[in-house]
Design a protein around this ligand. Structure first.
Ligand SMILES: Nc1nc2c(ncn2[C@@H]2O[C@H](COP(=O)(O)OP(=O)(O)OP(=O)(O)O)[C@@H](O)[C@H]2O)c(=O)[nH]1
Ligand SMILES: [Mg+2]
Length: 327
């Protein structure tokens, strides 16, 4: 079996809004049976590693940030923990893949939120190692996709500033070849340390003091204020309902108050995560340090030993040969 010349793992971080096709991209890249969502709700819940079989290349699949506050702090903490451990273990982060689906006519709030978080986590100096990947080309007329692609490229609120500073825009063509073509050039050259990692690991900042953490914290604060106002309004209504002895209305108000109180509790929990971060006993790459075989069983099982996984090995072997040939 062909093995990479480098003994240490090389990792690519995969990010983007829920449902854009992160897991699908990893499925194509690795030939592994990565769980893909078929519903609207988010499928990938935590950061997971997938190895391209027979190589030392790993893809870190991460959950998308929501367009509400819900789990954003927990997601950011999980991402920080994975990247921090990658940094501490001196494992090469070869690049970041930011995926975006072309199916939506407009940039919705979820897409904008993920773009903003991407910018704050990565840092301008690392954009040359970032690929902005458009997905789902096969699901609609290519003229529509091309029009949306052009808008992403030229609009200063979307991808233009990132492209101007070194990021590259690429199309994902629903195939293993296409995925490997995107990955291949990133494997060369030195790795990067993301802004988020520099902030937490080098400057020693708490998550809440990082650029990305501040963004999440601001969102949490805004939602908290809305909920506190809601509680105040409900209290007023409650008094009226009591005066009118409207038992049914009182019951409904109490129910609503309990819901808002629960939301506020969750917001406080998310803020706690931002203050304290996420502790992982073993570290993200602990299994490598312990000498556990670089198996494909970390995130998934091989889809098909022969066809897909074999193709990945062959493609990456070509990559390695090409890199070695140039040295
Ligand atoms: N044809 C096609 N379908 C895609 C592509 N990317 C994603 N899909 C479909 O879109 C849906 C969501 O894809 P996932 O890969 O689960 O998306 P995700 O980004 O991992 O989503 P979360 O894990 O929820 O964050 C699935 O039904 C996929 O089959 C693509 O490039 N082409
Ligand atoms: Mg997923």
């Amino acid at each position: 079996m062909v093995r990479s010349a480098e003994p240490k793992p090389i990792v690519l971080f995969v990010t983007g809004e829920t449902g854009v096709g992160k897991s699908t991209f990893i499925r194509y890249s690795t030939g592994l049976d990565v769980k893909v969502s078929d519903k609207l709700e988010a499928c990938t819940q935590k950061v997971q590693l997938f190895q391209i079989p027979g190589t030392n290349v790993y893809l870190a699949d991460s959950p998308g940030f929501g367009d509400t506050y819900r789990n954003d702090a927990s997601i950011l903490a999980a991402v920080d923990s994975c990247l921090a451990d990658t940094f501490k273990q001196d494992i090469k982060l070869a690049g970041v893949l930011f995926l975006h689906s072309l199916l939506d006519a407009r940039m919705k709030s979820g897409a904008m939120k993920n773009l903003l978080m991407f910018k704050k986590m990565v840092g301008t100096e690392n954009l040359h190692k970032c690929r902005l990947i458009t997905t789902k080309w096969s699901l609609q007329d290519s003229a529509i996709s091309e029009q949306r692609e052009a808008e992403l490229r030229t609009n200063p609120n979307f991808w233009k500033p990132l492209l101007d500073r070194g990021a590259q825009m690429v199309r994902f063509g629903d195939s293993m070849d296409s995925a490997i073509d995107i990955i291949r050039p990133l494997l060369e050259g030195p790795g990067i340390v993301l802004q988020l990692t520099k902030e937490t690991q080098i400057k020693g900042l708490k998550l809440e003091a990082t650029d990305a953490g501040k963004e999440v914290n601001d969102d949490l604060q805004k939602v908290k204020e809305v909920h506190l106002q809601e509680l105040a309004d409900l209290e007023g209504l409650h008094a009226v309902a009591m005066a009118e002895k409207d038992q049914e209305l009182v019951r409904q108000i109490r129910e609503q108050e309990a819901k808002v109180a629960e939301e506020l509790k969750q917001i406080e929990e998310e803020r706690r995560v931002l203050r304290e971060g996420q502790k992982s006993s073993d570290g993200f790459w602990g299994w490598v340090a312990r000498g556990v075989a670089l198996s494909v069983g970390i995130g998934a099982t091989i889809l098909s030993e022969g066809a897909l996984a074999g193709a990945a090995v062959a493609l990456l072997a070509n990559v390695e040969a090409a890199i070695q040939g140039r040295k």
